[in-house]
Design a protein around this ligand. Structure first.
Ligand code: KDG
Ligand code: MG
Length: 404
């Protein structure tokens, strides 16, 4: 039987925040969905998809996921990069969705079947003060979460990334152009060990605790933090340094046994080679939506498994339900799954996307809908037009531009 891609469209919708979805159509009446959302760069990914990828996809056999992946990766002179890899991720996800629907089976079956029935997830607790944060951790524990990422406002720093002024939902981007936030690493380093001492003593040894540094330390500062957090047995310390300097992790590793997770801003295996082969990290954060989709992440996860490294995919609310569902399938199938990040989308998002996963007592599971199993209501999507948003930028107190 022949099968051909006849068309594809990009659907941009903003139910509270922007989502970019690629919909690929075939001559068999089956379509597939892929997530192409890249926070703040939605229009750039859309332009690449519309101006090049979609015309190049038409006429290809969607079942050839491997060859099509390499057509867009190897076939492109300008390789890698967040924008092009997000586009390729969406193409790949949509084609795997089509493959599952064509074979009438859920995605996890195409990746090796079930290694587990459900996947452990971690929740977010963000408080403005230490007391507020302790209360937020308690609330997540009451919801049944076995793992909680703990972030807090820092005394003496006006605003802390990821700790919203209105904490009803998490949204790091703001409407319009970037505003400036001021940062002071020494205040941060003085406060965080105290925070974890309090959280550990309030909630006991069983709760898994995670923390995200958001790339704010130099390697030697991160080494100090990892060492000082050692008594509180974190599940992981995330993005302790800006990840482009892979050698920087050696310094942290020599000093501490706190597990390290890195790479939510990465997009290919080449961002990870030193980290993996030198066992400098413990968890891979690069998600399907930004790391070349299922085809590429399967290779990265398999490569990592040789070095006893696990997955811990990025799963903030600025990644769409299509990515989250695909990630649950993926996590159910692979052996070296570690944990999945989970922040529930707002209800308005789940009105636009029809989801097939559910949260129960610390775990997520998907049903057996063929393919990825998420659909998009286009009529509802049209009610929420694109709205420009951007991340804040960081400066030190003296004005110096600081890292992400
Ligand atoms: O768009 C960026 C967010 O997804 C990111 O800031 C969230 O760091 C994050 C995390 O670990 O979820
Ligand atoms: Mg992060």
């Amino acid at each position: 039987m022949l099968m051909k891609i006849t068309d594809a469209r990009v659907i941009v919708t903003c139910p509270g925040r922007n989502f970019v979805t690629l919909k690929v159509y075939t001559d068999q009446g089956i379509y597939g969905l892929g997530d192409a959302t890249l926070n703040g760069m939605e229009k750039a990914v859309t332009a690449y998809l519309e101006s090049f990828c979609i015309p190049a996809l038409i006429g290809k056999d969607p079942r050839n996921t491997e060859d099509i992946w390499h057509y867009f990766y190897r076939g492109s002179y300008w390789k890698r990069g967040s924008v092009t890899m997000a586009a390729l991720s969406a193409i790949d996800m949509a084609l795997w969705d089509i493959k599952g629907k064509t074979l009438d089976t859920p995605l996890y079956n195409l990746l090796g079947g079930k290694s587990r029935e459900k996947v452990m997830v971690y929740a977010h607790a963000n408080g403005k003060t230490l007391e507020d944060t302790l209360e937020k951790v308690g609330l997540e524990k009451e919801k049944g979460f076995l793992a909680v990422r703990v972030q807090s406002g820092i005394p003496g720093i006006d605003s802390t990334y990821g700790v919203a002024k209105d904490s009803s939902f998490y949204e790091p981007a703001h409407k319009g152009l970037p505003h400036v936030e001021y940062w002071d690493t020494s205040k941060y380093l003085n406060f965080i060990p105290l925070l974890f001492e309090k959280v550990r003593s309030a909630f006991g040894d069983d709760l898994h605790l995670l923390h995200d540094v958001h790339h704010r330390c130099m390697p030697i500062e991160a080494a100090r933090l990892a060492k000082e957090l050692e008594p509180f047995h974190l599940f992981w310390l995330e993005d302790p340094v800006s990840g482009e300097l892979q050698e920087g992790l050696r310094l942290i590793r020599k000093q501490s046994s706190t597990p390290i997770a890195i790479g939510e801003v990465f997009n290919t295996i080449y961002d990870y080679t030193t980290f993996i082969t030198e066992q400098l990290i413990d968890y891979i954060r690069m998600p399907l939506v930004h790391g070349g989709g299922i085809t590429h992440l399967k290779k990265v996860a398999d490569f990592a498994s040789v070095y006893h490294i696990h997955t811990g995919f990025h799963g903030a609310t600025d990644l769409s339900p299509v990515n989250l569902a695909a990630s649950i399938h993926f996590n159910m199938a692979i052996n070296n799954f570690g944990i999945q990040e989970y922040m529930p989308h707002q209800d308005i998002v789940n009105e636009v996307f029809r989801i097939n996963y559910r949260y129960q007592e610390g775990f997520l599971s998907v049903d057996d809908t063929p393919g990825i199993g998420v659909d998009l209501d286009e009529e509802k999507a049209r009610k929420y037009p694109y709205a420009m948003g951007s991340f804040p930028v960081n400066r030190k107190a003296d004005g110096t531009m600081f890292y992400w």
